[in-house]
Design a protein around this ligand. Structure first.
Ligand code: ARG
Length: 469
């Protein structure tokens, strides 16, 4: 047990208390952030003449050495220290002696850990927005190639109206675009530096908080030292944004699973992104999509756990807040993995254009268009709806009798006219699949023209929004 605060105590901490209290087993991953923050702090201390130039130089050299040794594997972060902050400080003192003891002048672990977590969150947001950018690029590529890949659009998982693969994927482009925007927004809001807030009441040293904030790439210092050490909103906001990303990935994964099924065969997953069965030799399973769908729960869990942990905390710092870390780490790790894997899976998926098109032709996806045809002949829409409804029943009965699928366009003009005298030979061109999609030209709709207009906007968007840096 190696602690920073032995002075006031006359008894050793009970072993179980020490390990229950410790966070080093998980916060060791913050060593880079911790050292970066400490370097900024001592450079500022020297600038304000609180320590000497040679003390500052020794400390910075010591900290850089510790970081390099950890990275080379020469220095192991071990569990006899309470947390990463104690570890780094203890190692520094071990290595450089007296001047190492000055590192913590005008600082508390409360502002230190707040800073470390902000630096970490900032870095992870950059990684996630990069991964989203990559996924958006993959989606856009697929969209560009599939503006005339016809498929049924669904409501209630029932075929509804025809659309295109480009249009369907465009919906996911929108979702992930919003996800990226949300993270950028969170980044902006969190980008104020808590260092110098001390335990919660600032310090009596003349720290230059503007200087350290600028050194560490923040917009400026935070404005209230009490809030600085007790704010974890940015973690909750991030977990909420990550939960939305997982919700979107999970919906998409669900569609991939359905489309990859034998019944649909809209797509075929690449062998590299599928798995087999130990008993059924014929199987090729979409495990990756299923796991992504499944991991959504743990990210939601992280959000709920940090929200609940924070809900009744009085100001300012409370040890409860140490519990933010494992949740945040796990959620960021999970979402990064899921985005990467989903992107790889999507980029290698084969789309069975013919199967999709055939599926769009069946299932009366042009029923709305047939009704619109009658509206063009001055039949009120409500009556047209009724007429086409009857026509659908007629087709269903005929399908049963003939044991084959009969669609509206398979009926003869005579049969059509029996149901409504308003049908003329031009109805067939009006309700064919391509015409049905081609006529959907409202802004944001699936016609290839309307779609290409949006694709141009997305192309420009990806050029303008490469990433956060
Ligand atoms: N390990 C602690 C955390 O993660 C660091 C801050 C400790 N501060 C304190 N006053 N005990 O929150």
């Amino acid at each position: 047990m190696a602690q920073l605060w032995g002075g006031r105590f006359s008894k050793e901490t009970a072993e179980q208390v020490f390990s229950f209290n410790a966070s080093i087993s998980f916060d060791k991953r913050l060593y880079r952030q911790d050292i970066e923050g400490s370097i900024a702090h001592v450079v500022m201390l020297e600038k304000r003449k609180i320590i000497t130039v040679s003390e500052k130089d020794e400390i910075v050299k010591g900290l850089v050495g510790i970081r390099d040794d950890i990275e080379k594997g020469d220095l192991l972060i071990t569990d006899e220290y309470e947390d990463i902050h104690s570890f780094v400080e203890a190692k520094l003192i071990e290595r450089i002696g007296l001047s190492g003891k000055k590192l913590h002048t005008g600082r508390s672990r409360n502002d230190q850990v707040a800073l470390d977590m902000k630096l970490y969150t900032r870095q992870e947001i950059v990684h996630i927005t990069d991964a989203i950018h990559t996924l958006l690029k993959t989606l856009l590529e697929i969209m560009k190639e599939n503006t005339t890949t016809y498929m049924p659009g669904f409501t209630h998982l029932q075929k509804a109206q025809p659309t295109t693969l480009a249009h369907h994927f465009g919906a996911y482009f929108e979702m992930f675009k919003r996800d990226g925007e949300r993270l950028k927004d969170i980044y902006k809001r969190l980008n104020y530096c808590p260092l110098g807030a001390g335990a919660f009441a600032g310090t009596t040293y003349s720290l230059d908080r503007h200087y350290t904030a600028a050194m560490l790439g923040f917009e400026g210092p935070t404005f209230n030292s009490m809030d600085s050490v007790s704010d974890r909103d940015y973690i909750i906001e991030s977990l909420s944004a990550l939960s939305l990303i997982m919700m979107h990935l999970s919906r998409f994964a669900e569609e991939i699973i359905i489309w990859n099924s034998d019944e649909y065969r809209f797509i075929e997953l690449d062998d590299a992104y599928s798995t087999g069965s130990s008993i059924m030799p014929q199987k090729k399973n979409p495990d990756i999509a299923e796991l992504i769908r499944g991991k959504t729960g743990r990210v939601y869990g992280s959000l709920m756990s940090v929200l609940t942990m924070m809900k009744a905390l009085p100001l300012a710092y409370n040890k409860d807040m140490q519990e933010d870390k494992e949740s945040a780490f796990d959620a960021f790790d999970t979402v990064k993995d899921c985005l990467d894997l989903f992107n790889g899976m999507l980029a290698t998926t084969a789309f069975n254009q013919k199967v999709m098109e055939r599926s769009a032709t069946a299932g009366f996806t042009n029923a709305t268009d047939a009704a619109d045809y009658l509206v063009g002949r001055n039949v009120p829409f409500r009556d047209a709806h009724e007429i086409i409804g009857r026509m659908v029943i007629y087709c269903i009965n005929k399908s049963k009798e003939n044991d084959t699928d009969v669609s509206i366009e398979d009926l003869t003009l005579e049969e059509l006219k029996q149901i409504s005298p308003h049908f003329e030979p031009d109805v067939y061109d009006f309700i064919n699949l391509k015409a049905c999609v081609g006529k959907r030209q409202t802004y944001g709709a699936p016609s290839p023209d309307a779609m290409n207009e949006i694709i141009d906007i997305y192309t420009e968007y990806l050029v303008q929004n490469t990433n956060l840096r």
